[in-house]
Design a protein around this ligand. Structure first.
Ligand code: ZN
Length: 587
């Protein structure tokens, strides 16, 4: 490793929120070394331009100062030198998110994509990473799955990576954190908790181990790794996760961690769902990944119509693994399913955007919401999860229980994940057909490339589950939503009475039906309205008062509940049992 590029990450003054990075390049490009920072981070499909947090880049070679020029928004070029090159810069780290870098006197966190410039031309070579203990701190440790070189477990010191891609895929947490240990198929799994908390560690370890074992059982094996880390930042409020090859970065709220109560609370269930989701990504997207991401091109957007496969199917299995592993009850699972169905069907977007379009346009639509989003952007997570459910139940029904989505995912792992081959755009659909022996052309055409209604009611009946309209409240609708904490209109539904009346996002709603609108009074005003009978609306647009007339219409179903059929047939009961069966026993 004598000629290996070495990165050194320091933080002499954590209170400045700046990491200091030094890159030692023993054999720089003789024509002038170029360096680049990724514009986006895998798993989060938005160009974030991390280079905007990079301060002045300086370079030297021995005693000689080397000129550095910027060649585009994320790239630098050093003038040619004869000997080894040293590049130094600082990175402002004050983005408390799983995608960013964050540093203060209580902890430090970063993703490689935020802090480490790629040394162009040497991205495929092994490299070293020296992690220095930040200044003015005591008792801090390091949590990362970067392979250790010359360093004790949890220690500051020398780590390494096989290439730049690997360097980006092991986030680094440093601080005075707690560690909850468990084991899955003989491999240590650890939940690292940073931030104040009162977590019942024993309970958390037991549930995490059960859920992970369920996912391993589905795929048949855990990809080779010495350990797995859940790097968890505990906050007053917060929720999110980003998947990596042998770890995940999570954010959760304090109340989402388990206390002493024997049952799984609603908020703890959310956290377990997040754990389950990110862990499923170990296979689905970290290893089974689109050809468009093989390798990742991080300078600009990478397009694929398959995000619904990677996020939707993962979202289907995150909750399913909770019930299959016995962590939550079937009734709780059905509650979650009802919520997902309501989330998708209660907004008009599912009638306007297909899953293929939502996947392809994630960069400019899903990740860049506008007031028109409820009309135009369908979630490839939530609708993708429903199509995964529909596909699973369809496969089970049409093959009389011989084939399920589990079999397809296992085959995807064997063909693509385990071999490192990228999934072509038609790879998932072809695999589902070849594993099941079914012609699924119509299925995928309808549900992925058109906005046809999802036939959930019929599919769920095959496992003895009933889908019903549980919409309460006003029978008339006008089709607007207010911004939280104000009476300003956030969104207007397409083809709704509000749109037809001329209301617009941003209008300040003063009165409706001659009654003053407050944040809390809107639903009370709407409740007695009669479809077809016009009412008045008063709004300010900018500083001009507008008086409009709205004709409410009959409200469509927007809340759904799924419940078990009480007098299920033997076939329905058997199909449900097979659907919910744990995969753990079979491994
Ligand atoms: Zn995900």
């Amino acid at each position: 490793m004598n000629n290996a590029v070495q990165y050194t990450l320091s933080a002499p003054e954590p209170a400045s929120h700046r990491f200091v990075v030094r890159i030692d390049i023993p054999q720089p490009d003789a024509a002038g070394q170029c360096l680049t920072l990724p514009a986006w981070i895998p798993g989060s499909y938005l160009v974030r331009d991390f280079a905007r947090h990079v301060g002045k880049v300086r370079a030297s070679s021995g005693e000689q100062v080397v000129n550095v020029s910027k060649t585009d928004k994320s790239s630098w070029r050093c003038e040619p030198v004869r000997g080894p090159l040293v590049v130094e810069y600082d990175v402002y780290a004050w983005d408390l998110s799983v995608r960013g870098a964050h540093l203060d006197a209580t902890h430090g966190f970063c993703n490689g994509a935020n802090v480490f410039l790629a040394v162009n031309g040497q991205e495929n070579a092994p490299l070293l990473v020296q992690l220095n203990e930040p200044g003015n701190t005591q008792g801090w440790r390091v949590a990362t799955t970067l392979p250790r070189d010359d360093v004790a477990p949890w220690g500051f010191g020398l780590y390494r990576a096989a290439d730049y891609d690997e360097l980006l895929d092991h986030p680094i947490e440093m601080g005075d954190f707690d560690v909850v240990d468990c084991e899955v198929v003989g491999v240590p799994h650890r939940v690292v908790l940073t931030g104040r908390h009162h977590c019942n560690s024993e309970r958390l370890a037991m549930d995490v181990a059960k859920i992970c074992a369920e996912q391993v059982g589905l795929f048949g094996e855990l990809p080779a790794m010495p350990e797995y880390l859940f790097l968890t930042r505990v906050l007053g409020e917060g929720y999110g996760g980003l998947e990596h090859r042998s770890s995940t970065a999570l954010m959760c709220s304090r109340k989402q961690l388990p206390g002493s109560e024997p049952t799984v609370s609603k908020s703890y269930r959310q956290f377990l769902g997040l754990v389950s989701h990110e862990y499923f990504h170990l296979w689905n997207v970290k290893r089974i990944k689109p050809a468009a991401f093989t390798p990742y091109e991080l300078a600009a957007e990478s397009y694929t119509e398959l995000l619904w496969v990677f996020e939707g199917i993962t979202s289907y299995y995150d909750d399913l693994a909770l019930v299959r592993s016995g962590t939550i009850s079937f009734a709780d699972y059905l509650t979650l399913l009802g919520e997902t169905i309501s989330r998708v069907l209660s907004v008009p977007s599912h009638r306007w955007q297909t899953l293929a379009e939502s996947s392809f346009d994630a960069w400019t639509k899903f990740y860049k919401p506008t007031p028109d989003s409820p009309n135009s952007i369908v979630s490839y997570y939530a609708k993708g999860a429903l199509v995964a459910l529909l596909l699973d139940l369809t496969l089970r029904e049409r093959t009389v229980g011989k084939t399920s989505l589990d079999d397809v995912m296992r085959a995807m792992w064997q063909r693509y994940g385990a071999t490192g081959r990228g999934v072509p755009e038609d790879g998932f659909e072809n695999m589902a057909e070849s594993v099941s022996g079914l012609d699924l052309g119509d299925f995928f055409e309808r549900y992925i490339r058109t906005t046809a209604e999802l036939d959930l009611e019929r599919a769920l009946s095959t496992v003895g589950v009933r889908l019903r309209d549980a919409t309460g409240g006003p029978q008339a609708m006008i089709g607007l939503a207010l911004k939280r904490g104000s009476t300003r209109i956030a969104t207007i539904e397409r083809d709704s009475p509000a749109e037809q009346a001329g209301l617009a996002p941003g209008d300040l709603l003063i009165a409706l039906a001659d009654l003053r609108v407050t944040q809390n009074s809107l639903s009370e005003i709407l409740a007695p309205l009669v479809p077809g009978k016009p009412i008045s609306a008063h709004v300010f647009r900018d500083d001009e008062l507008l008086t409009l007339e709205i004709t409410p219409k009959a409200a469509a179903a927007r809340a759904f509940k799924v419940t078990p059929v009480e007098d299920a047939t033997a076939a329905q009961t058997a199909a449900r049992k097979s659907w919910l069966a744990s995969n753990v026993a079979s491994t």
